[in-house]
Design a protein around this ligand. Structure first.
Ligand code: GLN
Length: 482
C-alpha cells in the first residue's frame, strides 16, 4: 500500500476492509523510517517492538468489530509527552534516561482507541526554539531540503509526517511550535484552545501557554485526532469543562457566510515577499468561495515578542527549577548540595535553556518584577482585548504562519534574538489562548512550503478546521522527494 501522505480515512478503510493488517501497516512505516530517518533524524526513539505488540492488539479489536476511528493507526509522539515505559527526553541531557512511570492523558485517550506508537520525535530542548537545532540529540532536517531546518520545536513530528514516516503525530505549542514546523514542512497542524486538551503528562515549559495538538496530512485528520485528544481532565487544573464537539461536523459545509479578518501588521515589511503573496493569494481563493475579507489592524503586535519571551521565560524558570539532579534527571558531581545542583544543571541543560532560565529569573527578581514581568502581563491583557475587538466583526483571522520559509541550518545559530523575532506571527495566539491551524498555501521559488494560519474564537476549532479543509480540497500539495 502507498503510504505517502496517506490520510487517516484511507488507512481506516484499508484496515477495515482487510486490504492491509495493522501489523503490515506498521511494517510499512518502519521500512520508511529505516530507509529515510538516518538522513532526516526525526525520531529520537523508535518503539518497534512495542508498536508490533500494539498493532496485534489493534487487529484483534478490528477483527471483533470493536475498532474505532484510530484503532491500528500509527502515530508518532513528541518527546516531551510522557509515555509509560518509553523514554521521554525532551531532547535534553537532563532527561536523557528518563522513563516515565505513567502516560500523559492524551496517550491514555489514544490507547483506549487502540492506536499504535511508532516512536518519540525530536524537538528543540524542552520545546525552546524554532529550528530543532537546540536538541541535545537528533537535530532534525527539513524533508524538502536537508540543508534547511524543519522548524520547531515540534520539528521531529512535522518532518516525520511530511516525509511519511508517520501518518500523523502529536506536537506541543507554547508560542508556535505546532504551526511553524507544520508550515516549514508543508503539513497541517492545529493548536487547540488553551484548556481544550489536557496538559497532564506534558513536560511543562510555560504552563499558561503550553498546549498539545496534532500534526497531520490534512485538516480532516487533525479533526479526527482532536475527537480523541480532547477531554476534561481532573489531573489538569486548567482543563476546561466544555463539551467536546465532533470536530469533523462542519467539514464540507459552505464557507460563504464567513468573515475573515486580515490585520495589516501581519503583512508588513518584515514578512518575506513570496510568503505575503502566497497568503494573499490564498485569501483571494477563499473570497472566491464566498468568504468576506475584512481589513483591520492589531497595533499590539509590536509588543508581542517581548511580552511572550518575558512570560514564557518567567514560567520556564519556575518550571525548570525542579530539575536539580536529585529527584530525577541528570546527576552531576559535587561535595555539597549546592555544588551538586550547580553541576547537574550546568551539564544537564543546553545553552538556550540556560539563557531562558537566566532571563526568566531576572524578570521575576524583586527589583525588576514590576518593570518586566508585570508589564508583560499588562501587554497580555491588551493583546486579548484587541483579539476580542477583531472577533466583534470577524469569525476567523488569517495571517502568515511565519515571516519566511524554512531557513538554512546554522543561519540563526549565534543570534537568539533573530530566532525570537521569527515567532512574530504565532505567539499572540498563545498569549490569548486561542485555537489556530496552519495549512500549506503555496511553495516559494526554491520549492519550500509556505504556510498560512487561521485563528479562531475561543473553543471554536470547528470553524477554522472547516475553513482549512475548504482550502485544502482545492490545493494540491507537492511532496518532498525524500
Ligand atoms: N519558538 C518559540 C520559542 O522558542 C515557541 C516554542 C514553542 O511553542 N514551544 O519559545
Amino acid at each position: 500500500m502507498d503510504i505517502r501522505r496517506t490520510r487517516i480515512r484511507d488507512l481506516r478503510k484499508a484496515l477495515d476492509t482487510k486490504h492491509i493488517s495493522a501489523t503490515e501497516l506498521c511494517s510499512e512505516y518502519f521500512s520508511r523510517i529505516e530507509a529515510v530517518d538516518g538522513r532526516l533524524q526525526s525520531y529520537i526513539t523508535v518503539t518497534k517492538e512495542k508498536a508490533f505488540e500494539m498493532a496485534a492488539e489493534a487487529q484483534k479489536l478490528i477483527d471483533s468489530g470493536k475498532g474505532t476511528e484510530l484503532t491500528g493507526i500509527p502515530i508518532a509522539v513528541k518527546d516531551n509527552i510522557c509515555t509509560d515505559g518509553v523514554k521521554t527526553t525532551c531532547s535534553s541531557r537532563m532527561l536523557e534516561n528518563f522513563v516515565p512511570p505513567y502516560d500523559a492523558t492524551v496517550i491514555e485517550n489514544l490507547k483506549r482507541e487502540g492506536y499504535v506508537l511508532l516512536g518519540k520525535t525530536s524537538m528543540d530542548e524542552f520545546a525552546m526554539g524554532g529550528s530543532n537545532q537546540t536538541s541535545a540529540f537528533a537535530k532534525t532536517a527539513n524533508p524538502y531540503d536537508l540543508e534547511r531546518v524543519p522548524g520547531g520545536s515540534s520539528g521531529g513530528s512535522a518532518a516525520a509526517v511530511s516525509a511519511s514516516l508517520a501518518p500523523c503525530a502529536l506536537g506541543s505549542d507554547t508560542g508556535g511550535s505546532i504551526r511553524q514546523p507544520a508550515a516549514f514542512c508543508g503539513v497541517t497542524g492545529i493548536k487547540p484552545t488553551y484548556g481544550r486538551v489536557s496538559r497532564y503528562g506534558l513536560v511543562a515549559f510555560a504552563s499558561s501557554l503550553d498546549q498539545i495538538g496534532p500534526i497531520a496530512n490534512s485538516a480532516e485528520d487533525c479533526a479526527i485526532l482532536l475527537n480523541t485528544l480532547c477531554s476534561h481532565d481532573e489531573h489538569d487544573a486548567t482543563s476546561a469543562r466544555v463539551t467536546v464537539p465532533d470536530f469533523t461536523e462542519k467539514l464540507g459545509q459552505p464557507i460563504n457566510s464567513m468573515k475573515i479578518a486580515m490585520p495589516k501588521e501581519f503583512f508588513a515589511d518584515e514578512i518575506d515577499n513570496e510568503v505575503r503573496e502566497a497568503v494573499l493569494e490564498a485569501a483571494k481563493s477563499l473570497e472566491a468561495k464566498g468568504a468576506k475579507l475584512v481589513e483591520c489592524s492589531m497595533p499590539s503586535l509590536k509588543y508581542a515578542i517581548p511580552a511572550y519571551y518575558l512570560i514564557a521565560c518567567a514560567e520556564a524558570a519556575s518550571n525548570l527549577s525542579r530539575f536539580d539532579g536529585i529527584k530525577y534527571g541528570y546527576r552531576g558531581e559535587g561535595a555539597t548540595l549546592e555544588e551538586l545542583i550547580r553541576d547537574s544543571r550546568t551539564k544537564g541543560f543546553g545553552e538556550e535553556v540556560k539563557r531562558r532560565i537566566l532571563l526568566g529569573n531576572y524578570a521575576l527578581s524583586s527589583g525588576y518584577y514590576d518593570a518586566y514581568y508585570k508589564k508583560a502581563l499588562a501587554l497580555k491583557q491588551e493583546i486579548i482585548k484587541e483579539y476580542n475587538e477583531l472577533y466583534d466583526t470577524a469569525d476567523v483571522i488569517l495571517t502568515p504562519t511565519a515571516p519566511t520559509v524554512a531557513y538554512k541550518i546554522g543561519a540563526q545559530d549565534n543570534d537568539p534574538v533573530k530566532m525570537y523575532l521569527a515567532d512574530i506571527c504565532t505567539v499572540t495566539v498563545n498569549i490569548a489562548g486561542l485555537p489556530a491551524i496552519n495549512t500549506t498555501c503555496g511553495y516559494d521559488k526554491a520549492g519550500m512550503p509556505i504556510g498560512m494560519s487561521l485563528v479562531g474564537k475561543r473553543f471554536d476549532e470547528t470553524t477554522i478546521l472547516q475553513l482549512a479543509d475548504a482550502f485544502e480540497r482545492e490545493f494540491t500539495p507537492v511532496l518532498p522527494k525524500l
